[in-house]
Design a protein around this ligand. Sequence first.
Ligand SMILES: Cc1ncc(COP(=O)(O)O)c(C=O)c1O
Length: 430
Amino acid sequence: MNSILSDSRFAGIEPFESRLWISSPTMHGEEQAWVDEAIRTNWVSTVGENIDKVESAFASYTGVRYAVGLSAGTAALHLAVRLAGEKLYGQAGPGAGTLAGHKAFCSDMTFDATANPIAYEDGEAVFIDTEADTWNMSPEALERAFELYPDVRLVVLAHLYGTPAKMKEIRSVCEKHGALIIEDAAESLGAKYRLGDAWVETGSLGDYNCISFNGNKIITGSTGGMFLTDSKEDADKVRKWSTQSREAATWYQHKELGYNYRMSNIVAGVIRGQIPHLDEHIGQKRAIYERYKEGLKDLPVQMNPYDEKNSIPNFWLSCMTINEEAMAPDRRGETEYSYQSREGKSSPDEILEALAAFQAEGRPVWKPMHMQPFYRSAPFITAGGRADAEGRSLAVGEDIFRRGLCLPSDNKMTPKQQEKVIEIIHRCFA
Ligand SMILES: Cc1ncc(COP(=O)(O)O)c(C=O)c1O
């Protein structure tokens, strides 16, 4: 028997009968109809009506002029970075990426798919620390990075867990330094941000914008992604690159490097069936966040924060951090961890283990990129230095990673199931 299940602190709690996921696909039925229609009409390819419909639906939802359906959010980010690199530094030949010899600034606390396209294009990522108000790229650290690396002209930024970054400040820093912005809105589809008097969608705030339909996202196609822009020329280029860069000739003619990144009409059928449910999913995720906030308010913890005046997150994942004074010992190596229980305290790994023992899936907060073995030699810039006089790290992302965790946030989780999750967390602090 799992030792947690025999721990007297958890007496009387039964494991969930089936696993409670952090965020899993939620199908409604229309998806099947559009997939069937594609098969019935033999459009089982990377062309077809489902693709056309989802492209126009997301251009109109996000308020951009052009959308290109791709095989994944990562593909969208790669082509966005390639496009930016070509725009800034010219076309690359066969032996090098468009960012060869150049640096680009990138969110630090994010999934690695945000950063990897910089490496695909042979650029060097400079990671920008996180701010505590939204858990996204710190505008102050970004400004400092421009002071240190004044030649940089590209910023790749994500909206973590569906919470918009401080875009007004970031756009103003980028404008001042003449830098392009690639917005990674993979996790934030449907999240809104206030610009002046207008509410605008994430996915429309950068020069090039990317969304994802990965199986864990707010709506899904099983996989899939989309590139969004106001430039017809750029959209046409991305569409061409994504279909092997074929020129207008009867034979296969190539002037540019090509990719097989186009969205499938079957995947687009699933996405098409999900579109009418996007706002409903956001409503469910918001209700989950609010229930955690209420249910955990008597504990020494904080929910992942957002700017209530200027943003409306999509609440994709609910997260929490444990207050410093309530942190029990928890040590993390490269892939292993060990924690100790303390009365009245707990730790992310204790809570995650307890949830897992009862069949509920949580996850540590995304480990910052500058802490990843692959990127450990990359420059990393904070708003105010790396350590205080006692040698304690001043990196905000490191602190959130140490004290934070992502909670089960599946939109099919019932209030009763969530009550049990909240109870398990309480017992961890007993
Ligand atoms: C922030 C972020 N960027 C990019 C991606 C990549 O998207 P995809 O899985 O569709 O390639 C993901 C998730 O998968 C993500 O969470």
